[in-house]
Design a protein around this ligand. Structure first.
Ligand code: ATP
Ligand code: MG
Length: 178
């Protein structure tokens, strides 16, 4: 338990405003069209930028300083496609074309966390919001009417794993500029 070890399971993410989260959850419901799946609750929908794992307080402090040292631009995303990663039945939404500022943000964060002893994810960054897991059946239609998202901050989130899914707590946020 985190209480026992003093460790927290942390990740950096983009967090959509509640209205956009609700719109995305609605798109997921439509795409699944009654098929079985473990849908992510609207208020949990996010884009993971960097996953830290279970870290101690000192590492968290280092990560927060690293995040605070970044000076990166804000940008706009058009969430305009759905996909299904069949192996895990993972239904996702994402931008078909993301501005360079998005992968740059993920890469810069990853780089800045290395001196904290955190390893960078070697897999290429694929911007997506997980809408549902364990989705059965056919992949959905790929295109969707774009949902526009002005991204002007990123957040540090604590995740507590539980039997009914993860519970997230937004700990802190940093602005993206301009
Ligand atoms: P659950 O594990 O209960 O299904 P979850 O995956 O959303 O829920 P976490 O496992 O705490 O909760 O993950 C938090 C975020 O970090 C999610 O967006 C998840 O996809 C991502 N993530 C988890 N593990 C890794 C990892 N090893 N590498 C990269 N990203 C990860
Ligand atoms: Mg997980």
């Amino acid at each position: 338990m985190p209480e026992d070890t003093g460790k927290q399971r942390l990740f950096f993410a983009l967090w959509p405003p509640p209205g956009l989260q609700r719109a995305l959850a609605e798109r997921a419901r439509e795409a699944l069209d009654g098929r079985r799946a473990r849908r992510v609750p609207a208020e949990n929908l996010h884009v993971t930028l960097a996953f830290l794992g279970e870290v101690d307080a000192r590492t968290r402090e280092c990560a927060e300083e690293a995040a605070g040292s970044l000076e990166l631009p804000s940008f706009t995303l058009a969430i305009d496609r759905l996909g299904l990663w069949a192996r895990r039945g993972l239904l996702w939404a994402g931008p078909s074309r993301a501005p360079e500022a998005l992968p740059a943000l993920a890469a810069e964060l990853g780089r800045s966390l290395e001196p904290c002893g955190l390893e960078r994810d070697r897999r290429p960054f694929r911007a997506h919001l997980t809408l549902a897991r364990k989705a059965a059946g056919q992949p959905p239609r790929q295109a969707m009417d774009p949902l526009e998202w002005r991204v002007d901050r990123f957040v540090l989130v604590a995740s507590q794993l539980g039997p009914g899914g993860s519970a997230y707590t937004l700990l802190r946020e940093w602005p993206l500029h301009g």
